[in-house]
Design a protein around this ligand. Structure first.
Ligand SMILES: NC(=O)c1ccc[n+]([C@@H]2O[C@H](COP(=O)([O-])OP(=O)(O)OC[C@H]3O[C@@H](n4cnc5c(N)ncnc54)[C@H](O)[C@@H]3O)[C@@H](O)[C@H]2O)c1
Length: 313
């Protein structure tokens, strides 16, 4: 039987689906969901839940001791677009929550940690196409700075204290169960809702902005597969590049038009354009493929099929 797992930030876009999948795999009682707020009815009814502030070390420690938690997935964070509005709150949340979990592992109160990084660790001076695993990283956003620092700390805790921490740099994630939480790639979810509800969409990025993206099922599979991999296969302890697909808002509009003829998108870039312009357009994920067998399954048209089918139901 798998030892108990705690998910912190379980009510968000990724946490919700991660909770469902881990509960399917290991049993509902073995996966404790937690967040600073309650989540969807489906999530709240699917198993144990604790209200928990990720910045409160003592509170996390209590939950870890109470449920004899072995692994923590830390999904609480402030995302890229919101973090630009509240820089200090973003820094405090993104860094202190990570230190809390890394320190619990350092003290051997838990044995494994998953912490997500992001393509936001890269910056305007990074090679944009097929961005390598190791390259220039000069993030220009608060969020990117926090993720870059987080990566360095994860590697440090692994080397100095033997902490088993694992991480991927998620691209923009597309899902239908939960709305996105204030990122620069949120358009790629909103567009499907508006296509079905209104037949039009006003996009906050310009139509030619190519970004790395991934369907949520692939992201969840990557996360669990990395956590299940034998320790000796995990050579990267900062964070792995993770590729899915790359496309522009115009590509996405075309993909949707195949299902909804006459679907119209207008482009009115806002402050998020500058963030998007500083990020890669595609990702080289050879290290993840070679070391723990990563392979994406969903392309843009398959994602569109899944999104429209599920949102219609
Ligand atoms: N969604 C993406 O496209 C994407 C891409 C790259 C990286 N990531 C990373 O993945 C992780 C999860 O992202 P997401 O999209 O699910 O974010 P989200 O905003 O949808 O969810 C974050 C959750 O954290 C919770 N939270 C906020 N403050 C908290 C606190 N103090 N204590 C406990 N919970 C708190 C929120 O209530 C929310 O439910 C984050 O680290 C994010 O940076 C996401």
């Amino acid at each position: 039987m798998h030892k108990p797992i705690l998910i912190i930030g379980a009510c968000g876009q990724i946490g919700t689906e991660l909770t469902f999948e881990l509960r399917n795999k290991y049993g509902a009682e073995n996966v404790i969901a937690s967040d600073i707020r309650e989540g969807s009815n489906a999530l709240m009814q699917s198993g144990p839940f604790e209200l928990l502030d990720a910045t409160n070390y003592a509170a996390i420690e209590d939950v870890v001791m109470h449920y004899e938690i072995d692994e923590v997935y830390l999904m609480a964070a402030m995302l890229s677009a919101t973090a630009e509005k509240f820089p200090m709150r973003a820094w405090n949340l993104n860094m202190n929550s990570l230190f809390n979990v890394l320190n619990l592992a350092k003290e051997k109160k838990i044995s494994k940690v998953f912490w997500p990084s992001s393509i936001a660790v890269f910056g305007p001076n990074t090679p944009k196409k097929d961005t390598p695993q190791s390259t220039i990283m000069e993030p220009s956003t608060v969020y990117g700075i926090s993720k870059q620092s987080g990566e360095r700390w994860c590697e440090y805790y692994h080397k100095k204290y033997g902490v088993d921490v694992r991480s991927v740099r998620y691209p923009g994630l597309i899902s239908w169960k939960t709305m996105p939480g204030g990122g620069t790639t949120d358009y790629a979810v909103e567009i499907y809702h508006e296509a079905l509800n209104k037949g039009t969409y006003e996009c906050f990025l310009n139509g030619d902005t190519e970004l790395p993206m991934m369907y949520m099922d692939d992201a969840i599979r990557a996360t669990i597969s990395l956590m299940d991999s034998p320790t000796e296969k995990i050579k990267v302890r900062s964070s792995y590049n993770l590729g899915g697909m790359s496309f522009t808002p115009k590509d996405m509009a075309k993909s949707i038009e195949k299902h909804i003829p006459g679907f119209k998108v207008s482009y009115v870039p806002d402050f998020r354009q500058e963030i998007a312009d500083s990020w890669p357009s595609s990702i080289d994920d050879a290290a993840a493929r070679e070391q723990w067998g990563w392979e994406p399954r969903f392309n843009l048209d398959q994602t569109t099929n899944e999104m429209l089918k599920n949102l219609k139901e």
